[in-house]
Write a protein that binds this ligand. Structure first.
Ligand SMILES: *[C@@H]1O[C@H](CO)[C@@H](O)[C@H](O)[C@H]1NC(C)=O
Ligand SMILES: *[C@@H]1O[C@H](CO)[C@@H](O)[C@H](O)[C@H]1NC(C)=O
Ligand SMILES: *[C@@H]1O[C@H](CO)[C@@H](O)[C@H](O)[C@H]1NC(C)=O
Ligand SMILES: *[C@@H]1O[C@H](CO)[C@@H](O)[C@H](O)[C@H]1NC(C)=O
Ligand SMILES: *[C@@H]1O[C@H](CO)[C@@H](O)[C@H](O)[C@H]1NC(C)=O
Ligand SMILES: *[C@@H]1O[C@H](CO)[C@@H](O)[C@H](O)[C@H]1NC(C)=O
Ligand SMILES: *[C@@H]1O[C@H](CO)[C@@H](O)[C@H](O)[C@H]1NC(C)=O
Ligand SMILES: *[C@@H]1O[C@H](CO)[C@@H](O)[C@H](O)[C@H]1NC(C)=O
Ligand SMILES: *[C@@H]1O[C@H](CO)[C@@H](O)[C@H](O)[C@H]1NC(C)=O
Length: 359
């Protein structure tokens, strides 16, 4: 009697324990595609099994079906061609370093590092120290994971507990691995933002912007470039370089949730003024952030409504009483120090830019 009671207590204790991650996924019929994909990667499964306090974003079977039925993409091609490096990277992007439960999601986006980390190889899919990010946000009442190209995946079943403090959320679409700036801005359909790519090409900066580690770039929309088109038309490459490098911060991936009233040093060498206006919008010098937090392979882009002027002395962030920030209409005479600034940036050993500019 005593023995069987002890045994019963033991059995119920075991049953009360959360299952291993593999057993959990194996027990969910709508995660069988993920289970099969993981079974091809015993090393990855072993690593996941050894980690505690991680969050698994588990695409359902219908999420994988929709991916394979849709347009060809890096993700669908990885799966259909059994490209094991790319599949492993995709799976790693679905694992968050940390425990994030549904109550952690709010209408203000938060960002979490994943296990998709820089490989050190030239074809690495990310150059974000600590792991590529995803956004976690309540959108229309749904807990949503925001990945590359602002794609949103809805959490359809949240907070499933596995052993070691591992949390699993089922999601209704496969995450999109963030691409480089040129690919992402070209694909962006919510706003027109390709003018900056012509300017970057003129300044021979595309390769740098697409690869430099831990980038925050403020991207003026096409209307902003159009507003100063006549000025830019005759600008020297040095002046354009000075303006563009003033839009980039290297070594810090700054999301909207990180923006406070502060200054930040740009690749140009000059400092940008960041502010949160009384209207709740983020302002960069005089420009308003109109579309924040587009995750890139190497950082983040924020779309702004005017071209920033590195020679502007006194930025006046808007306070919500005007519908758009003032558009600077600089003439080239307002950029007298442009060439000097470029020298300064190189002198400051901003290695990536210096190398790109010497090519
Ligand atoms: C996991 O999270 C728990 C609770 O926050 C914490 O006590 C524990 O130290 C964490 N373990 C690791 C390995 O980070
Ligand atoms: C995919 O490739 C891996 C490693 O080369 C192999 O073990 C696995 O069987 C392949 N899967 C399919 C479906 O071909
Ligand atoms: C998770 O993040 C911590 C620091 O925040 C880091 O020490 C650890 O190596 C990361 N784990 C993985 C698996 O990347
Ligand atoms: C919320 O998620 C459900 C389930 O995926 C989806 O059908 C619905 O359209 C989502 N709502 C919004 C506002 O995204
Ligand atoms: C940017 O990404 C595209 C698409 O993956 C790729 O073809 C291009 O080479 C990348 N650019 C750089 C500079 O790495
Ligand atoms: C990552 O960033 C470093 C430093 O900016 C750069 O040298 C390297 O080429 C980048 N790697 C990739 C894969 O883009
Ligand atoms: C640009 O320079 C050319 C040649 O010097 C001149 O004819 C033209 O008017 C200039 N355009 C503008 C917008 O200043
Ligand atoms: C931040 O700066 C804006 C614009 O200058 C100002 O309206 C706001 O009050 C400042 N916020 C704080 C917390 O200082
Ligand atoms: C701030 O608001 C006042 C009116 O309340 C307005 O006169 C001023 O121009 C505004 N400043 C900016 C930078 O929008």
């Amino acid at each position: 009697m005593r023995t069987s009671l002890a045994l019963a207590a033991y059995i119920s204790a075991v049953l009360a324990q959360a299952p291993s991650l593999t057993d959990l996924i194996g027990s969910q019929p709508d995660l069988s595609t993920l289970g099969t994909a993981l079974s091809s990667f015993p090393d990855l499964v072993a690593v996941l099994g050894s980690l505690s306090n991680i969050t698994i974003l588990a695409p359902t079977n219908s999420a994988f079906e929709a991916l394979l039925a849709g347009d060809a993409s890096l993700e669908s091609t990885a799966l259909s061609s059994n490209n094991t490096d790319a599949i492993q990277a995709l799976l790693a992007y679905h694992v968050l370093n940390g425990t994030y439960v549904s109550s952690d999601f709010s209408e203000t986006p938060a960002f979490a590092h994943t296990l998709l980390t820089p490989s050190g190889q030239s074809d690495s899919l990310t150059n974000v120290t600590g792991g590529q990010n995803v956004g976690l946000q309540l959108i229309g009442g749904n807990a949503t994971i925001v990945s590359g190209e602002l794609k949103g995946s809805n959490v359809v079943e949240a907070d499933i507990q596995a052993a070691n403090g591992v949390v699993v959320h089922k999601i209704d679409s496969v995450l999109t691995i963030p691409r480089n700036a040129s690919t992402t801005l070209t694909a962006q359909s919510d706003v027109e933002v390709t003018s900056i790519l012509s300017a970057l090409t003129t300044a021979n900066l595309v390769g740098t912007i697409d690869t430099i580690a831990d980038l925050t770039i403020f991207v003026p929309n096409d209307a902003a470039f159009a507003a100063i088109a006549s000025t830019l038309a005759n600008a020297s490459v040095e002046a354009i370089t000075s303006i563009l490098t003033y839009h980039a911060v290297a070594g810090a991936v700054v999301f909207s949730s990180d923006i406070t009233n502060t200054t930040v040093k740009t690749v140009n060498g000059a400092e940008l003024t960041l502010a949160v206006g009384t209207d709740g919008n983020a302002y960069i010098d005089n420009a308003k952030v109109v579309l924040p937090n587009i995750i890139l392979s190497n950082g983040v882009a924020h779309i702004i409504d005017s071209v920033l002027n590195p020679e502007s002395e006194t930025p006046t962030p808007g306070n919500g009483t005007s519908t758009s920030a003032p558009v600077p209409s600089p003439t080239m005479s307002e950029f007298p120090g442009a060439a000097v600034k470029v020298q300064g940036a190189m002198g400051a050993a901003v290695v990536g830019f210096a190398v790109a500019m010497m090519l």
